[in-house]
Design a protein around this ligand. Structure first.
Ligand code: MN
Length: 254
């Protein structure tokens, strides 16, 4: 017999791909057992129903409806399906832009998709979005400014690697930042993260795309990120953990 899952979350993983692991169902149970408030993102609208159903009775796992920018070239045709399901969820992601060399060819299509996703979210209101911005930070911010204006949605920049000036612009636009352990391995990104306002910080794993001890990271490993973030910002782990839980409450609050 196991203990019942704790009611209040202790940790936050605001961006993880639970459906890309072999043991999807076991991971959901693990998130509940360890009280990790986890946002599991989807990369195509077709993946939504199964993810939604699997997490339906979970205390701590929420599911985001997404269309990953790296898949826009093949999956833009699923956009109507995205709109079909949008009213079923408050959470949207993974969405955004990727101007890396492998995906640059679809960049115009990515911009059209992202733009229309933002507009649909603004129209329905109250959505929380987890946003990818590889090599495209200023474009992503321009789209948010134009199509998800103040108060019409809550953007969270996932694995943000912009400059301190871009970070300030994102803060002014109301963005939150979800930080993972891989970002903190780069001195340049550590310095940027050190300067972010404490009330906009969240944590994520981006599992299984990030490894820890030679294996794909799991949501329960997010504690490691909190420990590192605390030392970077000269806080205790307890204070940092409390801050992140409080930021999550604000993000999902009224
Ligand atoms: Mn991701």
């Amino acid at each position: 017999m196991t203990d019942p899952a704790p009611t209040r979350p202790k940790w936050v993983d605001l961006h993880c791909h639970l459906d890309l692991y072999q043991d999807h169902a076991a991971l959901i149970a693990e998130c509940d057992q360890d009280a990790v408030a986890t946002l599991t993102v989807t990369t195509t609208p077709k993946a939504w129903p199964r993810n939604r159903d699997m997490a339906a009775s979970s205390k701590h796992v929420r599911v985001a409806l997404g269309l990953h920018p790296q898949l826009v070239a093949e999956r833009a045709g699923e956009l109507p399906l995205f709109y079909h399901h949008l009213a079923e969820t408050r959470y949207v992601g993974e969405v955004g832009l990727d101007a890396g060399p492998r995906f640059y060819k679809s960049f115009e299509a990515q911009e059209r998709v992202f733009e229309s996703v933002l507009r649909a979210c603004a129209e329905q209101g109250g959505k929380i979005l987890t946003i990818h911005s590889v090599r495209a930070v200023s474009k992503v911010l321009a789209h948010i400014e134009r199509s998800l204006p103040g108060g019409s949605g809550r953007p969270v920049l996932h694995w943000f690697t912009g400059t301190p000036a871009e970070a300030r612009r994102a803060v002014d636009l109301g963005c939150y930042f979800s930080i993972n352990v891989e970002m903190l391995r780069s001195p340049k990104h550590r310095a940027m993260v050190a300067g972010l306002p404490g009330d906009r910080l969240l944590t994520e794993t981006d599992g299984p795309f990030v490894e820890i001890d030679g294996r794909p990271v799991r949501p329960s490993d997010v504690k490691q990120t909190v420990i590192e973030l605390a030392s970077l910002r000269q806080n205790s782990t307890e204070v940092m953990a409390r801050q992140i839980i409080s930021n999550l409450a604000t993000l999902v609050g009224p």
